[in-house]
Design a protein around this ligand. Structure first.
Ligand SMILES: Nc1nc2c(ncn2[C@@H]2O[C@H](COP(=O)(O)OP(=O)(O)OP(=O)(O)O)[C@@H](O)[C@H]2O)c(=O)[nH]1
Ligand SMILES: [Mg+2]
Length: 610
């Protein structure tokens, strides 16, 4: 076996927000891949619009820096549990990983999840305790907790012998011992060169595993992955081996390697490197591209199963067709199936109804990002309440369960444990820091988490952080009753007016402003009681001959509660839908008229009695 001492391949893994992308910034900036006068800003790798808006990484991405003549290929990964499929997808390209741990938060649920995945793949870990510049950092304690995590997860003794580097990614500094004054990020680079094994290579005919796809209009599809054997050059004849066993002959277009934010055309690339190749028209993630001399497929990338599903349907609201470019079943179906090419942990299924598709993902945010992406591409459609995906194993109904951790103030413990009890959560750990901050851990079925985030934010008045990580499947814990109040439902189509909305506000909270177009069955607010109530928000004040004083004309409305897409998805019940268009997010009852809804209730009653 040979090694390439001129390359290292590393993945950066961590819990959400522990500083992965910022650390990549620091490495890029120090290795001077930018012109001196180039303004590059922060979170350079988070290039997607949604990534920038939300300040989180959604897609794993490649970059590379050169340090002391060695090219370090870096894979930045998302830390949010919903995108953990991305981590599983890309870590097989690496030989080592930087496990980042926030010096205040310490190891979190997703730290454990990604470390387990990395150790399973035998990646050599370097622990990076990050954010050491922060006031309340508790470095020694966090290191101890990280060691405990390794003890729990290591599959061999040598995995316990991991190096530790202490960093401030924002300041761009790293040190090998806590308390030292950092100058730059060099100690981290040194540790990578020393501890991450150089890639092992095999000589022989070309073979690469496709771990990622990209698209450029003039280049077409770009297949990204690690070369495991041999070399590749432009115009080489290769075969692509797909999931269905088919083998197709292609000629390679360009061969590109990474440097900073750019991909550079090269005349040849060799085993051990991470490359991007063009010219393979029909390629999917997991395919092997190889020389026709020895077409051997590498094991396909395995990604964990989805846990949450939602129905995506053609928009059936009275306002359908007004606000989007793509609205037909055929367009919706094609778009959803196209997503499967790159979104490995997503599943799409046709249903009995030709207008509805079942879409399965890793969590509400995973699906919400897809919805948001589609509406920005000018699609309109309707989605149902997310539900946990159950399965039957040996005749037994099983459901997904997760770890939920909450960091908040002491005073909210009571309210939270009561709310979570109703959602079948069990408290497994509780720690106080002596300053009225509490850390809570729960074991909870995924179905209990659906709709919880909104309730959590309200209950803790924004003073709480919650995180979840998938644990596994357990026997069904039983049904959970909805705890939400009823909705204020528009009883007529028209334009909402202040007078009508003021009446609605007498009943509860409203979601819309005056002059918003509404239709019968659209949900315009939240009732303060448990049942739905139909209300005419288009109703004007009766005109009289008596001139009213100005105070009488100007109705004082409380500003509406505007739900974001994620909040809307979180909010709805089973008999409700979210209508998504490029311009609006509307909530509606599945059955639009009150007569239909009453009939539905009475037929449900009859069937219970029968
Ligand atoms: N004080 C301090 N803040 C940091 C440091 N590193 C990162 N941050 C901040 O932490 C926040 C999250 O940083 P990111 O780099 O986006 O974290 P991430 O791990 O890439 O997050 P995801 O990709 O969403 O999982 C940002 O506001 C950073 O500015 C650090 O060393 N010190
Ligand atoms: Mg990131």
């Amino acid at each position: 076996m040979n090694y390439r001492s001129d390359i290292r391949n590393i993945a950066i893994i961590a819990h959400v927000d522990h500083g992965k992308t910022t650390l990549v910034d620091a490495m890029l900036k120090q290795s001077r891949v930018f012109r001196d006068n180039q303004k590059v800003g922060e979170l350079i790798m988070d290039q997607g619009d949604l990534e920038r808006e939300k300040g989180i990484t959604i897609m794993a991405k490649n970059t590379a820096v050169v340090y002391r003549g060695v090219k370090i290929n870096i894979i930045d990964t998302p830390g949010h549990a919903d995108f953990s499929g991305e981590v599983e997808r890309v870590i097989s390209m690496a030989d080592g990983c930087l496990l980042l741990v926030d010096s205040i938060e310490g190891p979190m649920p997703q730290t454990k999840f990604v470390l387990r995945k990395a150790l399973e793949k035998s990646l050599r870990p370097i622990v990076v305790i990050n954010k050491i510049d922060r006031q309340n950092s508790r470095i020694a304690e966090v290191l101890k907790l990280t060691e405990d995590l390794f003890l729990e997860l290591a599959t061999s003794a040598d995995q316990l012998d991991f190096p530790v580097v202490y960093t401030s990614a924002t300041e761009g500094t790293a040190v090998s011992e806590p308390g030292m004054k950092g100058k730059d990020i060099t100690p981290l680079f040194e540790r990578i060169l020393e501890k991450v094994p150089p890639p092992q290579i095999e000589s022989g005919p070309f073979q690469m595993l496709v771990s990622n796809l990209d698209y450029e209009s003039h280049k077409g599809k770009i297949a990204i992955g690690r070369i495991w054997r041999g070399k590749v050059a432009p115009h080489d004849q290769v075969v692509n081996m797909s999931a269905d066993g088919s083998i197709t002959l292609y000629a390679i277009g360009e061969v590109l390697t990474y440097l900073g934010l750019k991909r550079l055309e090269v005349a040849e690339a060799e085993a051990g490197d991470i490359v991007a190749v063009t010219g393979i028209e029909k390629v999917s993630i997991g395919d092997t591209i190889a020389s026709p001399e020895r077409p051997e497929a590498l094991p396909r990338i395995e990604v964990g199963e989805p846990t949450v599903e939602m129905a995506f349907g053609v928009n059936t609201s009275p306002f359908a067709g007004r606000e989007a470019y793509f609205s037909t079943t055929r367009q919706l179906r094609a778009r959803l199936y196209k997503e499967l090419e790159t979104n490995l942990s997503l599943r799409v299924q046709d249903t009995d109804s030709p207008d509805t598709f079942l879409v399965k993902g890793r969590g509400e945010l995973h699906l919400a990002i897809l919805i948001e992406t589609m509406r920005r591409e000018s699609y309109e459609f309707e989605v149902s309440k997310p539900e946990a995906i159950t399965k039957v194993v040996d005749g037994k109904l099983m459901e997904p369960v997760e770890t939920l951790t909450i960091d908040t103030r002491d005073e909210y413990i009571g309210a939270l444990t009561e709310m979570l009890g109703k959602r079948q959560a069990q408290l497994t750990d509780m720690r106080n820091d002596g300053h009225d901050n509490v850390h809570l851990e729960f074991h909870i079925p995924t179905k209990g988490l659906i709709g919880f985030r909104g309730a959590f934010l309200t209950a803790t008045r924004g003073e709480g952080i919650m995180n979840t990580a998938f644990l596994g499947y357990e026997a069904w814990h039983g049904d959970i009753a909805s705890t939400r109040n009823g909705a204020l439902v528009a009883s007529e189509q028209g334009i909402a007016v202040a007078y009508g909305l003021n009446n609605a506000q007498g009943r509860g909270l409203t979601f819309i402003e005056p002059s918003t177009p509404v239709y019968e069955g659209m949900m315009v607010g939240l009732n303060s009681r448990s049942q739905d109530i139909a209300i005419n928000v288009c109703k004007e004040k009766k005109k009289t001959n008596v001139r009213s004083s100005t105070s009488d004309i100007a109705v004082k409305l409380t500003p509406p509660v505007k739900l974001s897409l994620e909040q809307a998805i979180d909010f709805i019940n089973k008999d409700e839908l979210v209508e998504v268009t490029p311009e609006n997010i509307r909530l509606r009852k599945k059955l639009l008229t009150q007569a239909q809804r009453l009939r539905d209730i009475s037929s449900a009653r009859r069937s219970i009695k029968a």
